[in-house]
Design a protein around this ligand. Structure first.
Ligand code: GYE
Length: 312
């Protein structure tokens, strides 16, 4: 590239693979870890030129970012979609421009799957079902499989695949049990502040909660604050059961302490796989339509094995 092109892009930069990354926000510990994972994997040293945009929970901002990436003629576009619906138009624009789109973390619902090249993320439905199955076994082991069990759910972002998948997965298990009563399901927007607020409100509405499901760790941290303020302990015998998702270090410590009963892992470290898939595409190799991250279920029984290595 000569200086006639404006001189900004150097020859060295041209050799790099340019990637526009629309991250949906910075609402949680998980999200920060995910952003770090992508930034580390798509580094200059690894042959990438990364353009990062934080959409702060606004799909509109994601559209704007994607259009920006298109006008900059990046080689690849990576999107963590805040909600599932509404992507058809902007993805068609990327397709017309001949830029492959890779979806990361959350999924979307589109009529035409050729609108994106590949999806790398987590199986949110399986995560929700794992939580439900754990509760099933837990109640069984305590001889409570016939008792009425009152459940409240603090949900993540409405319309996100993370919220929908976890709710449906858990709901499918709950549907097998006539005695599981869903008292309420209310949003906590995947943040600690909202999680606390919602938990406080639910505590004001119900005095007979047996199980609290928080769809991510940050909301769980907020919920624990509200519970503490109300003098309610969780996790022990005769106390409400607390179920969480993500598997962040702080949450694993609370699992170890017995405050959280079970934490279903959601793996944010998808950066390396993303880099590998882009490299595969560059080399003209075929890639799969979907890749799912490996995820575990943490309880007091196994948490010691994993806690030391958690860096987020
Ligand atoms: O669980 C939550 C985050 O989409 C899987 O989003 C992700 C979720 C994650 O904010 O902490």
């Amino acid at each position: 590239v000569s200086s006639e092109d404006g001189g900004i892009e150097t020859k060295a930069n041209d050799a790099l693979i340019s990637v526009g990354f629309s991250q949906l926000g910075s609402e949680s510990t998980w999200r920060s870890a995910n952003t770090e994972s992508v930034k580390a994997a798509l580094s200059t040293g690894n042959g990438f030129f990364l353009i990062f945009d934080n959409a702060r929970q606004k799909q509109e901002k994601q559209f704007k970012a994607v259009r920006n990436f298109i006008s900059q003629r990046v080689d690849y576009i990576v999107i963590c979609p805040v909600i599932q619906e509404g992507w058809d138009v902007v993805l068609a624009e990327a397709k017309d421009a001949g830029i492959p789109v890779i979806l990361l973390d959350r999924n979307i619902s589109v009529n035409d799957e050729s609108m994106y090249t590949s999806f790398i993320g987590e199986d949110m439905y399986a995560e929700g079902a794992s939580a439900g199955k754990w509760l099933e076994e837990y109640l069984d082991s305590r001889g409570k499989s016939e008792e009425e069990i009152n459940i409240v759910v603090i949900e993540g972002t409405s319309g996100s695949s993370a919220k929908e998948g976890r709710a449906q997965g858990f709901g499918a298990i709950a549907a097998r049990h006539m005695n599981w009563k869903m008292l309420a399901s209310a949003t906590g927007e995947f943040t600690q502040t909202k999680g606390k607020e919602t938990m406080a409100r639910l505590l004001g509405e119900f005095d007979d909660i047996d199980v609290i499901v928080c769809q991510n760790d940050d909301m769980t941290f907020g919920a624990i604050e509200a519970l503490k303020e109300a003098g309610v302990k969780t996790g022990g015998v005769g106390e409400p059961v607390l179920i969480s998702f993500d598997g962040t270090r702080k949450a694993l410590e609370l699992v170890k302490e017995g405050v959280i009963n079970v934490d279903v892992e959601c793996n944010p470290n998808s950066g390396e796989l993303l880099a590998q898939i882009i490299n595969d595409l560059e080399a003209g190799r075929e890639v799969d339509k979907a890749y799912y991250m490996e995820e575990k279920v943490f309880t007091k029984e196994n948490v010691d094995e994993y806690i030391e290595d958690r860096n987020y």
